[in-house]
Design a protein around this ligand. Sequence first.
Ligand code: OGA
Ligand code: NI
Length: 341
Amino acid sequence: MAPAYDPTSPFKGVKDLVDHNVLSLPSAYIKPFEKRHNPQEVFEGIDLPRVDLQSKTAMEDIKFACEEWGFFELINHGVPEDVIEDMVKNTHTFFNLSTTEKMKYFSEDVFNPMRFCTSLTPSKESYLDWHDHLQHWFKCDNLNNHPYPNIPIHYGEVTKNYVKNMQILGKKLLIVMSKALGLHENKLQEIYGNEEMIVRLNYYPPCPDPERALGLNPHSDSGGITILWQDQVGGLQIQKEGKWYNVRCNSNALIVNVGDQVEIITNGIFKSVIHRAIVNRNLYRMSMASFFNPCAQAIIAPIQELLDKQNPAQYKARLSKDYIGDIYNKYIEGKNVKRED
Ligand code: OGA
Ligand code: NI
């Protein structure tokens, strides 16, 4: 099929379309019928697990959530409110810059340390997602040598502070998750090595035809663990046993989910789960996803201590970078990690 995106088009991303008062959904954004979101199919009434990181039961609660849901809502996570607020303001300011200013950072190379883009790699996709994003790929041991947009002027400082806090939280989660698996508390960190973090700032403008479009195609996250902040608008949905569930928005909470690589490392005990973002007719929505990932050279394979005769390894060993590379070079769709059975 012909690429859906015309790079010579004056419309650069979804915010730009909305700013040009596009009143009907351009055909490039119309999802095939079977991929659309059907509000009737969304299961209401069950909330995903909530974990209080300060509580005595945090470890068991995380174990249950990662085994049964692959997702949880995290409160008392220790990331100061002002750190999040500053990052949110920064991000809003960036997305509200002129298209010309944002396009200075446009790139379709998913491995760029910093890139502004729309959908994922629009010139290669048959159907586009209704969102724009700014993505940073950090080597966590070297946050100082990272490119940032020039405006807003404090962008780099604020972002670095946010990433450091996400890194501290990520490390805490690795400890609790290691213990929850009955392993030494440093086990997951040892596999990770010098961690990397991809911060993906997602911006979902109002959509003229939300039922035929999607903000983010159904996918599982390809990294280690994801820590997501979302605003109060809502739109994140997760799939469990074939049903879709809305993820609630609690302003003090972060959403944590298991990525494909942690599923592999735990030999499937912790599960990465398919999720998607829907859009709405009237409101702008923003989310900030921090993918806390093993270093590029980390060997991603089931941990020996979790294996025995009854539980043989279900996944092949691969380098983290090969794993992420494979996934990032094609359109995200469904779950990528497969058991070798
Ligand atoms: C992602 C993601 C969900 C959201 O960036 O991988 O799943 O609600 N984001 O934006
Ligand atoms: Ni995701």
